[in-house]
Structures are given as C-alpha cells and as structure tokens.
Design a binder for this molecule. Structure first.
Ligand code: ATP
Length: 241
C-alpha cells in the first residue's frame, strides 16, 4: 500500500533529518513507527503527505509509492485525493467552530453528498461522544474528545491509509485504551494504518509490524510480537528493567 524507499529529507537545505529511510505499510495492516523525540517520525509523515514545504523541508533522495504509483513530492491536496489522510500531532482541530463543522470540513474533497453523509454517520457511530457534542465549539472539548474529533475529521475523507502522529500523547490511560480500540476498529473496517507513537506498548499491542527510527534511519524492524520481546526495546521504549 505505502512504500517508502531510501528517503532523504533536508530542512533549510542543510539539516539532514531522514537519512535513507525505508519502510512498508501493507494493505490492511497496522504498522507502528517508534522512536525518541527528534528521530524524524513527524518528518516522515510530512514527506508522505506533501507537508514538508511549509516547514522548509524537501526530499533530496528516495521515493514514496502508494499502490505502486510514485507520489514522491506530490502536494498535500493530491495526496488526500489518493486516499491518504493524516492526523497531526497535537490535535489540530479548528477550535473556533463546532464539532459538526469540523467533521464536514474533513469531507471537503468528496464529491458525492451521499458519501459524505455516510461517512458522517459512520464517524458518529465510531465516536458516540462526538454525536453528543455535535453542536459544541470544538475548542471546549476535553483533550480526549479533541483527539477523537481529529481522527474523526480525517476519516471523513474515507482514507485507504491513515497516518496518525502520536494519538495517545497527553491522554489519560483510559483514553489511550479507547483510542487504541478505535484505531483497531478503523483498521478492521479496511483502512491501513501507519501509527507513530512514543507509547510503544500501545502501538505494538495493535500493530502487526513495527519500525524503530533513530536519527533518521530505521535501526530495527520486525513483527510487533518480536519487537515486544526484544531486550533493547523493552529497556528503551517499554520502560522494563
Ligand atoms: P517528535 O516526537 O518530537 O515530533 P520526531 O521523531 O517526530 O520527534 P521530527 O519532528 O521529524 O522528529 O524532527 C526531526 C528533526 O528535525 C529534529 O532534530 C528537529 O529539530 C528537526 N526539524 C523538524 N522540523 C524542522 C524544521 N522545520 N526546520 C529545521 N529542522 C527541523
């Protein structure tokens, strides 16, 4: 589904942040991308979704393919049209407008009103809490509700591939579990997922496969179960002695 090969990304023409990164997300899979702060996880997502330019970054080497088609350097709107949606870190919802308006904004690329209505119903089904708060101004929602809204808005584009940047960040454990269950459910409904997480335990508990990124390169990858059992990962990412 998504295939990133030997990718290099530079900011401001000087700072080399991704240094030959390769990874795959198979159709229907959940893949976890782990790594410390500054490893380059967000940069990878930006490179895939065409969002490097506003951050003065660019791809200097390598390729990004989706379903065999080369989308290296495609702009953000083109990427959305190809069925890829991203939930950015920090729940970038539109704080001034209502939940309902946020969701409708997420469906802006869709042509068919019937389809938008279907997606809307599906999102409210997935997030009953959003259904209750449809008329609320989004900025007044709790942190957890805003995260649900950010995911719900991305789903309005009915993506085939969903990229999530630290969806559990700052959430209480009970909400982390809820977000995890929702990601699993979205995946069961046919969307492939690339899950960027500092919470390795959460990510590896639902992913089929995982990659560990350090200073812009994959240093380890394997089936999630193997990574969960890996001594280094247990020490550095799972806090186990
Ligand atoms: P985090 O979890 O903190 O978001 P990350 O693994 O997602 O970390 P990135 O945000 O991709 O890492 O950042 C990787 C490196 O690139 C960091 O050293 C960061 O300082 C640098 N960087 C990010 N954005 C820019 C930018 N616009 N200009 C210059 N350097 C940048």
């Amino acid at each position: 589904m998504l295939s990133v090969s030997n990718l290099e990304v530079v900011y401001d023409d000087v700072v080399l942040v991704l240094r030959g990164l390769s990874l795959e997300v198979p159709a229907g899979g959940i893949v976890a991308l782990l790594g410390a702060n500054g490893a380059g996880k967000t940069t990878l997502l930006r490179a895939v979704t065409g969002l490097l330019v506003p951050h003065r970054g660019r791809i200097t080497k390598g390729t990004v393919h989706v379903d065999g088609e080369d989308i290296t350097g495609a702009d953000a709107a083109d990427v959305v049209r190809r069925g890829i949606a991203q939930v950015m870190e920090g729940r970038r919802i539109f704080a001034e407008i209502t939940v309902d308006e946020n969701l409708r904004a997420g469906g802006y690329t869709r042509r068919s009103r019937t389809e938008v209505r279907e997606s809307y119903a599906r999102v409210l089904d997935l997030f009953p809490v959003l259904a209750q708060r449809r008329k609320s101004v989004a900025g007044y929602l709790s942190g957890g509700e805003q995260q649900m809204l950010a995911i719900g808005r991305a789903l309005m584009a009915r993506p085939r591939l969903l990229l999530l940047d630290e969806p559990s960040l700052g959430l209480a454990p009970r909400l982390v579990e809820q977000v995890r269950d929702i990601i699993a459910q979205i995946n069961q409904q046919g969307t492939s997922v690339l899950l960027v997480e500092q919470n390795a335990a959460m990510a590896l508990s639902i992913a089929g496969y995982g990659y560990v990124l350090e200073t812009g390169k994959v240093v380890k990858d394997g089936p999630a179960a193997d990574l969960l059992a890996d001594a280094d990962i247990r020490e550095f990412y799972l806090g186990a002695a």
